[in-house]
Design a protein around this ligand. Structure first.
Ligand code: SAM
Length: 283
């Protein structure tokens, strides 16, 4: 069993409580879905289907694949009573899955490619996404070379950190702390629940650095067209202070509606936080 599968299999409770509440990317996906109007969506590394309620606003069929049996099992439970939209979940590895179907939108959210250890695996996952992409379809990919901050050897109270800006109710972070270890290509994020000095729960997520230059090189090798739309959540990234690639990928010669989506994001951005605020404790 891979490290990632073990870690996510045992972190479902934490994921359900904390990570499923992250909403920093919701408005972007809403704008995207409204613009592209995909009828079928495939999410690769879907977790518990955090983004599925947004996908359901347009799609008639949504499929999620994830390596972790536990995440898939929770996702199936959440969406079991869903009647209006066809929702499927499969336990599968993003490097090797084969669904024999093509989708209007293929999603890689929250830097899922960082769970893969080598360039060969990451290339394979992208190649596989391309194989499941309809001729007129798009891949949307959110990628950061590092998970939310540079390293931190001390435990940080989550409610006083960047993470709190991603939640509508930061009080759910009470008692939670995180820290991060960067060693060579390894980027390990640890979380714990430590109320009144007693650690009651601890978990970690191991990821591997995957630079945006290499990601773009892989798109080019796969003859995929690509456009970056934003470089950070919350703020629109048009000031180029962000570090993420949040963008669209398509078959060559397909028009990518970057300006339409940016215009929608900018409109909402009036009520979003400034770059300065967002970056005060990172990099
Ligand atoms: C950070 S979570 C993101 C979940 C979801 N995309 C979201 O936005 O909430 C990463 C997910 O990738 C899955 N994953 C890790 N390695 C994978 C692989 N090789 N194939 C498929 N899924 C994988 C994990 O099990 C986990 O559910």
């Amino acid at each position: 069993m891979s490290v990632s599968q073990l870690e996510y299999d045992k972190s479902t409770h934490f994921y359900a409580e904390i990570m499923n509440s992250f909403k920093m990317d919701f408005s972007f996906y809403e704008d995207l879905i409204e613009t592209l109007k995909p009828k079928s969506i495939l999410e690769i590394g879907c977790g518990m289907g955090r983004l599925f309620p947004i996908f359901m606003k347009q799609a008639e069929e949504i499929t999620g694949i994830d390596l972790s049996d536990e995440m898939i099992s929770k996702a199936r439970n959440y969406y079991a009573s869903q009647k209006n939209v066809k929702v499927n979940f499969f336990q599968a590895d993003m490097c090797s899955f084969q669904l024999n179907k093509k989708y209007d939108l293929v999603v890689f959210a929250l830097s899922v490619l960082k769970h893969l250890k080598t360039d060969v695996e990451r290339f394979r996952a992208l190649e596989n996404a391309k194989a499941h992409l309809s001729d007129d379809g798009f891949i949307v990919l959110d990628h950061t070379p590092f998970l939310y901050t540079s390293k931190s050897t001390n435990w940080i109270d989550a409610k006083n950190s960047l993470v709190a800006t991603w939640l509508s109710d930061p009080s759910i972070l009470d008692g939670y702390q995180w820290k991060k270890v960067v060693e060579g290509n390894l980027d390990i994020l640890q979380w714990r629940y430590n109320d009144s000095g007693e650690t009651e729960f601890e978990t970690k997520f191991t990821t591997y650095r995957y630079d945006i230059d290499t990601l773009l090189k892989h798109f080019n090798q796969l003859n995929l067209n690509h456009e970056c739309i934003l470089t950070e959540w919350g703020c629109n990234g048009l000031t180029n202070k962000g570090k993420r690639f949040i963008g669209l990928v398509s078959h060559p010669n397909k028009y990518i509606p970057v300006q339409e989506i940016r215009a929608k994001v900018l409109k909402r951005n009036e009520r979003l936080c400034s770059d300065n605020e967002l970056y005060k404790d990172i990099f």
